[in-house]
Design a protein around this ligand. Structure first.
Ligand SMILES: *Cc1c(COP(=O)(O)O)cnc(C)c1O
Length: 379
């Protein structure tokens, strides 16, 4: 029996294809790379400083420190805030590994909380329940490109005298009540991993803050804690940003708003197409009043996730699962969480989430193909 609507069998929909983006900015990128090569200054320097100024202005924050990765941004933030052995840091149990891994790496204990059943992000009431005398910081994650519900979290943190480290690695350009992700808490951490919505040509990251003293500490920590060259008041690491990465990011940054708008337009198209298809059991990404979602990932929830995913793979459609194993079930964190603590929403999410292609250069035909192939399996 013929299936309808049938897209050409040759139509491929990768989860992410950066070649179209590169083709559109190729000559600017090559000029930027050539500029750095001609200068032969590869670490920090004027390209990094210019990028730091430009991105700070773009998101409305006083200080920005270019660093080696989003993971290092988190690690340095914890170091700068003096978090160490004997301390506890509260994170959602459902995020990319670095959110919790960085806490363990400074010798502190990650304390996991379950997530909101709709947004899959940290909730203030869950955080309040686990704040104790050893708590030193809270790390909300703006998952998939939507800000966490920050107002109650910030109020709780202020009451408890705790700093808030925003893991904004997936949320560059997302807003919360008109303010940018990564400018709401004590520090903001960003990643420019190539697949992020602002992607470098390798690893790169950023820390943002409005606190001058913290900014100075972060700058020292980035370079082995050196105040002046070879004089170390504290111990940092090599967390420096490369000039080549900064030069590439400077070319891309002016396009980011348009790329994010392209993701949002694709999300609207999906919403329309899914509405028409009325697919059984598919939950679309949450929308929240006063929060602009930039759809770093477009993640649906579907009970028959693994079967659907295999079907889509067979049809040439790329998908991924962010994330299949919450922190409280990770082998490396065995024993970290009291055995009676339950995380039902994160457990449910890890079995149901499925990221669909959303990058800005996708065509309507490709989006239609994704929804049609899902309908094929689910109806
Ligand atoms: C990507 C990501 C990171 C880590 O960034 P890297 O640049 O890959 O080190 C941290 N947290 C979240 C939520 C991420 O998505």
């Amino acid at each position: 029996m013929p299936r309808s609507p049938k897209a050409p069998a040759s139509l491929r929909v990768p989860l992410l294809d950066l070649t179209a983006q590169y083709a559109a900015i190729r000559s600017d990128i090559q000029a930027a790379i050539e500029r750095v090569c001609s200068s032969q200054q590869f670490i920090l320097g004027p390209e990094v400083e210019a990028f730091e100024r430009e991105i700070a202005e773009a998101i409305g924050v006083r200080f920005s420190i270019g660093v080696s990765s989003g993971t290092d941004a988190l690690l340095m933030s914890l170091m700068a805030l003096g978090v160490g052995p004997g301390d506890e840091v509260i994170t959602p149990t459902f995020s990319f590994f670095a959110t919790a891994g960085s806490v363990a790496r400074v010798g502190a204990r990650p304390v996991f909380v379950d997530v909101d059943p709709d947004t899959l992000m940290m909730r203030a009431e869950d955080v309040a329940a686990v704040i104790g005398p050893r708590t030193k910081a809270i790390i909300p994650v703006h998952l998939y490109g939507l800000c966490a519900e920050m107002r109650p979290l910030l109020a709780l943190a202020a009451d408890a005298g705790l700093p808030v480290i925003e893991d904004a690695a997936q949320a560059l350009g997302a807003t919360y009540e008109g303010r940018q992700a990564g400018t709401l808490g004590t520090v903001g951490c960003f990643s420019f991993f190539p697949s992020k919505n602002l992607g470098a040509f390798g690893d790169a990251g950023l820390v943002t803050t409005n606190d001058e003293e913290l900014a100075a500490t972060l700058r020292r920590l980035r370079n082995h804690g050196a105040e002046a060259r070879y004089y170390h008041r504290e111990i940092g690491g090599n967390f420096r940003l490369d000039a080549l990465q900064a030069a590439v990011l400077r070319v891309k940054l002016p396009h980011l708003a348009r790329w994010n708008a392209g993701r949002q337009a694709n999300a609207r198209t999906y919403r329309d197409l899914f509405g028409d298809a009325a697919l059984r059991g598919v939950r679309l990404p949450p929308q929240a009043e006063g929060r602009a979602h930039i759809y770093h990932q477009y993640v649906v929830r579907v009970p028959e996730r693994d079967g659907l995913r295999a079907h889509l793979t067979e049809r040439g459609i790329g998908t991924d699962v962010y994330y299949p194993v919450p922190f409280h079930r990770q082998e490396c964190f065995a024993g970290v969480t009291p055995p009676d603590r339950r995380f039902p929403h994160a457990d449910a999410a890890s079995a149901e989430v499925l990221a669909l292609p959303i990058f800005p250069e996708l065509t309507r035909e490709q989006l239609e193909h994704v929804v049609a192939c899902m309908a094929e399996y689910l109806s």
